[in-house]
Design a protein around this ligand. Structure first.
Ligand code: CTP
Ligand code: CA
Length: 226
């Protein structure tokens, strides 16, 4: 593919992408988070916008500047992200869930800064809502793309997530590999689709992966219409 062959081939597509890490507050000065920097999600938003899609970027806190021509929706916690995504779900054609959403959050948030005490501290955590799984349950016409961050058993875990969350595509990366995963400018991913197809992509920039991923989405949507 040359860049110009893809030129404006997403005109009329409404795409929502989530990016970055969520933050789960412990008290007014502390939170739990993860290593996601948002680079992959921002690259997808930028690539889709360049191809003419109407893009909404729902993002946790990152150090990145939102790309031009996207609707930017900043969020903090997993619950914020859930609310932002669900509120816009009906109007979307494609959802790409590249955010690294917290699986757990503190059961209660202390209203004052916690003071240190002698001895150890235990913080009780509760599960957050699984946004992608909820989207899978409520799916009508949308094409749902999830990510899978794995450190082992990549294929088995990715296919499990595809099934369990009723997604149409899962982009799996082994975050333990060098040149892949959190904070890097490149990634090494495998794309799994619902019809059992598997596409291994070599190491490439997150910008190029974004375009390849969008190519795969357009192809799968076209197949679905035939
Ligand atoms: N995801 C989500 N909401 C959550 C957790 C995950 O929407 N509360 C989404 C992520 O955005 C990603 C996909 O689910 O697209 C897979 O996330 P991942 O962390 O790899 O899988 P989990 O289902 O959370 O399972 P685990 O962390 O145990 O591997
Ligand atoms: Ca998780």
């Amino acid at each position: 593919f040359f860049a110009d062959e893809r030129h404006r081939d997403m005109e009329g597509v409404r795409l929502l992408v989530t990016a970055g890490a969520t933050r789960e507050a412990v008290d007014p000065v502390r939170f739990f988070t993860n290593h996601s920097t948002g680079k992959m999600g921002y690259a997808i938003a930028e690539a889709a916008a360049k191809r003419g899609a109407q893009v909404t970027l729902v993002s946790g806190k990152t150090n990145l500047t939102p790309p031009a021509d996207v609707e930017f929706v900043p969020v903090v916690s997993a619950e914020d992200m859930y609310q932002a995504v669900i509120a816009r779900y009906d109007k979307m054609d494609v959802i790409v869930k590249s955010a690294a959403v917290a699986d757990y959050r503190p059961k209660s948030i202390h209203s004052q800064k916690m003071k240190k005490q002698p001895g150890d501290l235990v913080i009780e955590l509760e599960r957050t809502r699984d946004i992608l799984a909820e989207l899978g349950k409520r799916k009508t016409h949308q094409f749902l793309v999830g990510f899978a961050a794995e450190t082992e058993n990549v294929e088995e875990n990715a296919r499990g997530k595809l099934e369990r969350k009723n997604a149409d595509m899962i982009v799996a990366n082994n975050v333990a590999q060098s040149g892949a995963g959190f904070g890097t400018d490149t990634n090494i991913v495998t794309i799994y689709t619902k019809d059992g197809e598997k596409r291994d992509l070599p190491q490439m920039s997150k910008a190029e992966i974004a375009d390849r991923l969008l190519d795969a989405v357009l192809e799968a949507c076209k197949k679905r219409r035939e």
